[in-house]
Ligand binder design. Structure first.
Ligand code: FEO
Length: 394
C-alpha cells in the first residue's frame, strides 16, 4: 500500500507492503507476500513511532512519516520486537529523529544495542504496565515475552483502543487494503499458518498475553504483519482456540516414497481412515510446504508418518518434517508410523523414537520389505482403522 491510512484519530499506518517476497526465515512460504506495519501516533505534545520496517523500505517509511509530521520531531521509537523485519530501519529513524528515544523492554534495549548499535543513552526501558503520555494520547506497555523472541512486548493506546502486539496475531499478507474485514477470507487461515510456524512453540505465552489483552477495551488489533482487525473478537477468539490446543477429529498424513511401496501403504491406511468418517489431510513431502503442514497440525488429533528406509533411517524429507514437528510442538500427541525397506528396515523405529521423545504416543508401526503384498496392505488398513478409532474416541 503506498498510501498512509489514519486508522483512528491521530493513529496512522505508515508501513510498507512487500508484494514480492516469497519466503520468510528461509522456511515459511509467502504466497501472498507480506507487510511490515509501522504506526505513527501523534499526541498533542509528543509523537511516537511504533516499530519500523525492513531495511530496504526505510526511505518509504521516512517518506510516509513525512506526510504526517516532520520525521525529525519524533520523540519516541517504540520497539516492540527487535527482529530485523521490524527493526531494520531503526538506525535510519534514529538518525532522522535526533532527539528520539528508543522505548523497549530491558532485553529489547540490549538487543537494540547488539543489532542496531543504539547507545544506552538513547534508550528508555519500560516495565509491564508503564505508560508514556503523548498529550491527549497515552501509550501503555505490556510485557508479553517470547512471542516469539525474549524481548517482545505489546503497546496499547487507550484513546484509539488500539493494540499493537507486533508479530503476535499477525499474518503474511500483502494487500492494498489495511483491514481484515476488507480483505476477507484469507485473514484467519493465513493467521493460523503464521501462528503454527512462528508462535506454536510458545502457546502458553500466547495464552498469557491473551489474558492480559482481555483486560483491555480493544477495538483495533494492529499487528506488524498483514491486516489490522477492526472486529478483534475474530482474531482473538481464533488465536485463543489455537493456543489452547483444542483438537479436531482430523489426521495429518506425511509421507515420502521412492518406488511406490510406502505410497501404496499410505493409500490403504488413508482409505481405512476415510471409511471411518475421519478427516484426513495428506502431504507428499516431495512437493509439500512445511508451513501448511504445521497449520494443519495446530488442531489435528493425530499425526501419521510414512517413510522408506534410507541408509538405515528415515528418508531425509521425512526426517526434516518430523524434526520440524518436534521443534514447533503441535498439541495433538497421538502418532502412527509406517514404511517399507529393501533389506534392513529402520525408518519406522527411527521415527517412533523421535516422536516418542517429543511426547507422542506412537502406535505399533507397520514396516514391510519390498513391494506390499495383500497382507501388508491389510496391516496398513488395520493401522488406519486403529488411528481413526482413537481419534473418534477423543
Ligand atoms: Fe516479524 Fe519476529 O519478526
Amino acid at each position: 500500500m503506498s498510501k498512509v491510512v489514519e486508522m483512528a484519530p491521530g493513529i496512522f499506518w505508515v508501513g510498507a507492503t512487500d508484494w514480492h517476497r516469497r519466503i520468510f526465515d528461509c522456511f515459511f512460504s509467502l504466497p501472498y507476500g507480506t507487510s511490515y506495519n509501522s504506526y505513527l501516533i501523534k499526541g498533542g505534545q509528543k509523537t511516537a513511532l511504533i516499530d519500523t520496517v525492513a531495511r530496504e523500505f526505510g526511505d518509504q517509511l521516512i517518506g510516509k512519516i513525512g506526510t504526517v509530521v516532520d520525521p525529525s520531531t519524533i520523540d519516541y521509537l517504540v520497539m516492540n520486537h527487535a527482529e530485523p523485519d521490524h527493526g531494520g530501519t531503526i538506525p535510519q529513524v534514529m538518525a532522522a529523529a535526533p532527539k528520539a528515544k528508543l522505548v523497549a523492554t530491558k532485553r529489547g534495549v540490549e538487543m537494540a544495542a547488539v543489532f542496531y548499535d543504539v547507545p544506552p543513552e538513547r534508550c528508555r526501558i519500560v516495565a509491564d504496565g508503564e505508560t508514556l503520555d503523548l498529550g491527549g494520547k497515552t501509550l501503555q506497555f505490556l510485557d508479553t515475552p517470547w512471542l516469539h523472541w525474549p524481548e517482545t512486548m505489546t503497546t496499547f493506546c487507550p484513546q484509539g483502543q488500539a493494540l499493537f502486539p507486533c508479530d503476535f496475531l499477525g499474518a503474511h499478507i500483502a494487500s492494498d487494503k489495511l483491514f481484515a474485514e476488507e480483505i476477507g477470507g484469507l485473514s484467519i487461515p493465513e493467521a493460523k499458518r503464521y501462528y503454527a510456524a512462528i508462535m506454536m512453540p510458545f502457546a502458553s505465552r500466547a495464552l498469557r498475553a491473551l489474558d492480559k489483552f482481555d483486560e483491555l477495551p480493544v477495538k483495533l488489533v494492529a499487528p506488524s504483519h498483514g491486516p489490522v482487525h477492526s472486529t478483534p473478537e475474530h482474531i482473538l477468539g481464533a488465536q485463543r482456540r489455537w493456543a489452547s490446543g483444542a483438537l479436531e477429529p482430523k489426521i495429518v498424513v506425511l509421507y515420502a516414497t521412492m518406488y511406490g511401496s510406502t505410497e501404496a501403504l499410505k493409500a490403504a491406511l488413508v482409505d481405512a481412515v476415510s471409511s471411518k468418517g475421519v478427516e484426513v489431510v495428506e502431504y507428499n513431502l516431495a512437493v509439500a510446504d512445511l508451513s501448511h503442514i504445521m497449520a494443519d497440525l495446530v488442531d489435528a488429533r493425530a499425526l501419521v508418518v510414512g517413510s522408506p528406509t534410507f541408509i538405515g533411517g528415515a528418508h531425509p524429507l521425512v526426517h526434516t518434517a518430523v524434526e520440524t514437528v518436534r521443534m514447533l510442538r503441535p498439541p495433538g500427541k497421538l502418532a502412527a508410523v509406517f514404511g517399507s525397506s529393501g533389506w534392513s528396515g529402520g525408518a519406522a523405529a527411527h521415527l517412533k523414537a523421535r516422536l516418542e521423545s517429543a511426547g507422542y504416543e506412537v502406535l505399533e508401526p507397520v514396516e514391510i520389505k519390498g513391494p506390499p503384498r495383500a497382507a501388508d496392505l491389510e496391516a496398513a488398513r488395520a493401522l488406519g482403522q486403529q488411528v481413526a478409532e482413537r481419534v473418534l474416541a477423543g
